[in-house]
Design a protein around this ligand. Structure first.
Ligand SMILES: C[S@@+](CC[C@H](N)C(=O)[O-])C[C@H]1O[C@@H](n2cnc3c(N)ncnc32)[C@H](O)[C@@H]1O
Length: 307
């Protein structure tokens, strides 16, 4: 559906450093011969560490809905190819993936939500508000709807709803009004155009100090394009039904909307006596990790164990 001209970009991406990897290993505690799922394979950073613990008779199922990321991870995990199945799929279909591999229950599942540096740092993917690129934002490049489609075709009211619901954006009305005004002149095609529209819409005194004023708008459209929150709601239930007794599910989230869903779902399953929450409050990265890897700064890690 994307009808943009091609503003191509050469890119160099930073290596994606896995977030809170020591905590993931400590709490998910993978052991020799076990079966694990990494639902957000990315560059395989967490998977490598898990595979080392599973040993040659263990098995890791790696899922990613981004084919390019999957190809990168496949190369990176080539030494472990006999120990893993890497699958191009949305993790919301984890049950189909496991069924296809004839696996019913697993010892551990990891979801490290959001996007990787590989995706963020490629301006051609349209995730970054700091680099010009097409308004794409699809994790799965076969998906039919891009950010371009939403921004250029939704009503002002629908854009306001996206900005409020998925970005908690205080200036949603003004930003949506400006988007509609600009697109009436010509379609909004590039990330830098969207950034400028937001900068013009947000009053000086309302500009957030800690984050770029367009951060919430980009987050909101990315969540809408990839239907991230509804996918998360669905997958948690499925993960729990696929855990063995004492099997563990760990989820790393990067903003409060995701963390709220994880927290509420985990509490609900704890009240139903199906799981035990292993931490009362989400674990946070150490100062040291946040300094080395600023992307880790907002990470929150929650873990449950199946009863
Ligand atoms: C933060 S990165 C994971 C990085 C990975 N843990 C590593 O260490 O390299 C998130 C990855 O999950 C993928 N992803 C996000 N949502 C997904 C979903 N619903 N289904 C499958 N993959 C998803 C993204 O495409 C991205 O590659």
């Amino acid at each position: 559906m994307m009808s943009q001209s091609n503003k191509t970009n050469d890119f160099a991406y930073n290596e994606h450093l896995p977030v809170m990897v020591d905590e993931v290993i400590e709490y998910l505690s993978p052991k020799a011969n076990e079966v694990f799922v990494d639902g957000t394979l990315g560059m395989g950073g967490h998977s490598i560490r898990i595979l080392q613990k599973l040993g040659s008779k263990g098995l890791l199922v790696g899922i990613d809905r981004d084919e390019k990321s999957l190809a990168q991870a496949t190369e990176r995990l080539s030494d472990y190819s006999h120990q893993c199945h890497l699958v191009h799929q949305d993790f919301r279909f984890i049950d189909e993936v496991l069924l296809g591999l004839n696996i019913h229950k697993v010892d551990g599942i990891l979801l490290d939500l959001g996007i990787s540096s590989f995706q963020l740092d490629n301006p051609g993917r349209g995730f970054s508000l700091r680099q010009a690129g097409p308004l794409d934002m699809r994790m799965d490049q076969n998906a039919p709807i891009s950010a371009y489609d939403l921004i250029n075709s939704l009503s002002e009211k629908e854009i306001i709803a996206i900005l409020k619901e998925f970005g908690e954006e205080r200036w949603a009305n003004r930003i949506a009004r400006n988007i509609v005004a600009e697109r009436s002149k010509q379609p909004i095609e590039y990330t830098d155009e969207l950034t400028k529209i937001v900068l013009k819409a947000v009053p000086m005194k309302g500009k957030p100090q800690r984050i770029h004023p367009a951060t919430r708008t980009f987050q909101a459209f990315r969540i809408a394009v990839n239907r991230e929150l509804e996918t998360l709601e669905v997958v948690i239930d499925k993960c729990i039904s696929h855990l063995k007794s004492k099997g563990r599910l760990g989820i790393i989230s990067f903003h409060s909307l995701e963390d709220r869903i994880v927290k509420n779902k985990f509490k609900m399953f704890e009240r139903a006596n199906l799981v035990r929450c292993l931490v009362k409050k989400p674990l946070r990265p150490t100062e040291e990790e946040s300094t080395i890897n600023p992307r880790a700064r907002s990470a929150r890690f929650r873990i449950i164990e199946r009863i």
